[in-house]
Structures are given as structure tokens and as C-alpha cells.
Design a protein around this ligand. Structure first.
Ligand code: ARG
Length: 503
């Protein structure tokens, strides 16, 4: 056995005389969390092997042996997973997958007490698999470019999973909007009743946000899909490598164009978490609205029991845990992007070990969004609104006052004056304890000669909706068009042809 195949050997011990401080040695390791980059590390190492084989460093037999060895290592967590997955046959979704993942990770980390990070782990294991040939694999590369590549691959996968999840949630919201038909509800500004809107119009506000989130992530994916391999430690590989080989093998568009940037750039991780931050804010607003609307005070919906919990103390309670947790978890997404921004902002070029701290927020954000998008679509599909209650709320509180002012505008009155006259009528109605519709023509005439026989029809619920007959407005016909457009939009949501869109 030679030196470097000794289980405890570092990837860099040659220059050192003193052993590492034990506490420090444990503390600086990333393997306890970067083990989850195993699939990415194997893919990137295989791509590198192809590249150095083309440069004559590995013979074709050596390349084959190396690729076979790497593939064998990649299969191990699967083997563990089948052993651990005794109860994974039950339907359990994301939570169970995460649990399984944690167990596999624990087993993987425990199996390699000497591994410093995922790169070291693979080198140690490959040496066990194929002997000293494994030590050729590090020719012409550095862990700096490896981790940059692994993280890009991880983020790219996570973006793809998020895009799929977004499409599912979008579809669930759209279906609710389509099913809402002509149901109405109040819209709010300052959380005060403002004007009636179609329930479909309200739900389409969220599909609109989600479509933007989708595009932001898809756009970030386009920008980050370039391959750092061949960048070396900082100045570029010390071999003349055809970087296109690795880039193609990993499905990147092209090699990155500056080695100093490529080894230290984490914009892709920052952008990913920033996109998730915005998405998290949208999720949180939706969650907040549903939490409010499910209260007895609003009564707009009865929370689906499958997604609510009871109270151990108060027998009558049904708590909106899903929406509360969703609101809370969005904070983690925001935290991740803040952590990354703080981490990167003071770093001189190029790689600095600080960057190792950027991995966990990315993993946490990816897990958080995966969990959210596993529960939000079925929760959304299970929602049942109390249309009668929503309508009742839309019909009280003078939500037709804007429509009343618009009526006067059509009679030739300047809006400022119309506003004043309707304001007076509202005050009068408030004193009588009635809605505008209940005022007689005689009552109304004291505030303006222009009030006529057609006034009451002009401020009915239907007319109040339909007077917003503008693109993007809540008039019934406009919402019908918006629903059709939103349905059509699904075709441009993932999975999309990324090759073509790069084209
Ligand atoms: N575990 C390291 C990280 O995540 C890998 C790169 C280490 N490079 C180095 N020069 N020490 O950043």
C-alpha cells in the first residue's frame, strides 16, 4: 500500500510536518454536509476523466476502469437506501424522502471517518475500487473548480425540480379559479373592503406571481449553465484540456470564460436563493391570506381537515398549521439569500474557504422549497370556499361606491365632484344603517340632480364587477379571457426545451 491510499491520508499532506489539531481538523470538514453532492461529484469526476483521457493522461482502458469505479461508488447510497427503506413503501412524500436522505447521509458519513470533504471521499473510495489508478484522476484539476461545478449541478437540478413544482401549484390554483365560476368576494386595500372582484380574479393574481417566479428561475438557469471544469485552482488547468468535452458531458452550454471568476463565483447560488426568496414571499402572502380567510371573522373557507391540526388544549380548534408553517418557512429562504450575500461580499478573488459556508444555505433553501411545493399543490386542490359568505361580504360595506362615482362620471360630472357626491350619499346611508342600493331616488337626488332611474342597476354587484372592463380588470368577460390566457401559459412552463430556448 502506498502512502496516499492510507485511510487517513489528506489530499495535501506532503508539505506538512506537524499533524493537524484534532478539534480544528473535525471542525473544518465539510463531508458531514457536502456528502449530498455525491451524484454531482461523480458526474463531474467522470467528465473530468473523459477530458484528461482525451489529453492522453489516461489510456482508454484506464478511462473505462475509472468510469466503472466511479459508477460503483455512485450506487452505494442507493444500496443503503434500499436497506433503510423498510417503511418507505408507504405513501409519505417529501418528508419521508428527506428522512431517508438524512439516514443515508448519516450512514455515508459514518462509513468514511477520514474523508475531509466529498472530493476526498470519492478519491479514497475510488482508490479502494480501482487501486492507484484512482490517483491519476486529480491530474489537471483542483477542488476549487470541483466544488464550483458540483454546486452548479446541484443548483441546476434544484431549479428544475422547483420549476416542475411551480407548474403543479400553478395548475392547482388555475383549476380553482376555473371552478370558481362567477363567485365574488371583496378585494381589500389597507385590509379594508375595497371593491368586489371575482374569486377567479383573486386566484389569478397568484398564478401571475408564480409565472414570474418560474421565469426568474428559468432565466437564472440560463445564466448559470456553464462549466467551471478546466479552470484549475485559479489560473486555469495546467494541461491543455479540451474543456468542451467536460462541459458537453455535464449538459452545460459551454465552458466558463474566466478561471478566476469560475472558481470563486457563487452568483448562481445567490441568484437561486434570491429567486426562492421572492417565491417564498409570494407563498407567504398566499399563506397569510388563507390563514385570515379561514378565521371565523372572515369565514371564506373551511380549512381542509387533511391539512389542519387540532389543539391539545382546546377541543374546538382547527389550526391552519400548513399556512402558518409555509409563512414561517419562507423566512428560511430569505435567510439563505442573506447568508450568501454576506458571505460573498468581502471575498478577494479567487477561491476562499469561506465559500464552504455557502453550501448549507443552498441545501436548506432547496429542501425548504421542495417541501413547500410538495404540500402546496394538494392543499390548494383541497380548498373549498364558502361562496355565499364571500358574496355577502362583497355586498356590504359600500364596495360599489367607485361604481356609483363612475355612474355620475358617465353623466358628465368630473370625477372629483362625483367622488364628493357619492361620499355624501355614503355618509347618509351609513347614518341610516343601509347600503347605497337601499337609498331611494329621492334620497339620492339631494346629493345630485344627476342620479337617475338607471342608478340602481349601475351599482348592482354584476355591474360593479363589469364596469372594470379593462385588460387585467375583474369584469366577467375580462376574467374569462384571463383564464384562457393563464391556461395557455402552462405550455410555456417547465419542462421546457432548454436547448431550444438557449438556441
Ligand atoms: N470543501 C471545500 C469547499 O467546499 C472544497 C474546496 C477546497 N479547496 C481548497 N483549496 N481547500 O469549499
Amino acid at each position: 500500500m502506498n502512502d496516499s491510499s492510507k485511510s487517513g491520508s489528506k489530499m495535501w499532506s506532503g508539505r506538512f510536518r506537524e499533524p493537524l489539531d484534532q478539534q480544528f481538523e473535525q471542525w473544518q470538514r465539510s463531508f458531514p454536509f457536502d456528502w449530498r453532492l455525491l451524484p454531482q461529484e461523480i458526474a463531474a469526476s467522470s467528465a473530468h476523466a473523459r477530458m484528461i483521457a482525451a489529453a492522453g493522461i489516461l489510456t482508454s482502458t484506464e478511462l473505462e476502469t475509472t468510469l466503472r469505479g466511479l459508477a460503483a461508488i455512485a450506487k452505494r447510497p442507493d444500496a443503503w437506501a434500499t436497506r433503510i427503506s423498510v417503511d418507505n413503501s408507504q405513501p409519505g412524500g417529501a418528508a419521508q424522502a428527506a428522512q431517508l436522505n438524512r439516514q443515508v447521509g448519516t450512514a455515508l458519513v459514518a462509513s468514511a471517518p477520514h474523508a475531509e470533504d466529498i472530493h476526498h471521499y470519492v478519491e479514497l473510495e475510488l482508490t479502494k475500487e480501482i487501486g492507484d489508478l484512482a490517483l491519476k484522476l486529480h491530474t489537471g484539476r483542483s477542488r476549487n473548480e470541483q466544488i464550483a461545478t458540483d454546486m452548479r449541478l446541484f443548483v441546476r437540478d434544484s431549479i428544475d425540480a422547483t420549476l416542475l413544482g411551480l407548474r403543479e401549484w400553478y395548475t392547482a390554483l388555475l383549476k380553482q379559479a376555473e371552478d370558481a365560476g362567477d363567485a365574488v368576494m371583496p378585494s381589500y386595500t389597507h385590509l379594508q373592503r375595497a371593491e368586489p372582484v371575482l374569486v377567479a380574479h383573486w386566484l389569478l393574481a397568484y398564478t401571475t406571481m408564480i409565472a414570474r417566479d418560474h421565469d426568474r428561475l428559468a432565466d437564472a438557469r440560463e445564466r448559470m449553465n456553464f462549466c467551471p471544469l478546466g479552470s484549475g485552482a485559479v489560473a486555469g488547468a495546467t494541461l491543455t484540456l479540451n474543456r468542451k468535452i467536460a462541459s458537453d458531458a455535464l449538459g452545460f452550454y459551454a465552458p466558463t470564460n474566466n478561471s478566476m471568476d469560475a472558481t470563486s463565483d457563487r452568483d448562481f447560488a445567490l441568484e437561486f436563493t434570491q429567486c426562492l426568496t421572492t417565491l417564498g414571499i409570494h407563498i407567504s402572502r398566499f399563506a397569510e391570506e388563507l390563514t385570515l380567510y379561514s378565521t371565523a371573522e372572515f369565514g371564506f373557507l373551511d380549512l381542509p381537515e387533511a391539512f389542519a391540526t387540532g389543539s391539545s388544549a382546546m377541543p374546538q380548534k382547527k389550526n391552519p398549521d400548513l399556512t402558518e408553517l409555509a409563512r414561517g418557512k419562507s423566512g428560511r429562504l430569505l435567510g439563505a439569500s442573506n447568508t450568501l450575500a454576506m458571505l460573498i461580499k468581502g471575498l478577494p478573488l479567487a477561491y476562499n474557504k469561506d465559500l464552504q459556508e455557502g453550501q448549507e444555505p443552498v441545501f436548506d433553501a432547496a429542501d425548504t422549497i421542495a417541501g413547500l411545493l410538495a404540500v402546496l399543490p394538494p392543499f390548494t386542490r383541497a380548498l373549498r370556499f364558502n361562496h355565499a359568505r364571500m358574496k355577502q361580504a362583497a355586498e356590504s360595506g359600500y364596495l360599489n361606491a367607485m361604481a356609483a362615482a363612475t355612474y355620475l362620471v358617465h353623466k358628465g360630472i368630473p370625477f372629483r365632484k362625483a367622488h364628493e357626491k357619492v361620499g355624501n350619499a355614503v355618509r347618509f346611508a351609513l347614518e341610516k344603517g343601509v347600503e347605497l342600493n337601499a337609498l331611494s331616488l329621492a334620497d339620492l337626488k339631494q346629493f345630485g340632480e344627476e342620479f337617475g332611474d338607471d342608478f340602481h342597476a349601475a351599482i348592482s354587484l354584476q355591474s360593479t364587477l363589469d364596469c372594470h372592463d379593462v385588460f387585467g380588470g375583474t369584469a366577467t368577460a375580462r376574467v374569462k379571457e384571463a383564464l384562457a390566457a393563464a391556461r395557455e401559459r402552462i405550455n410555456s412552463l417547465a419542462p421546457w426545451d432548454s436547448e431550444a430556448s438557449h438556441g
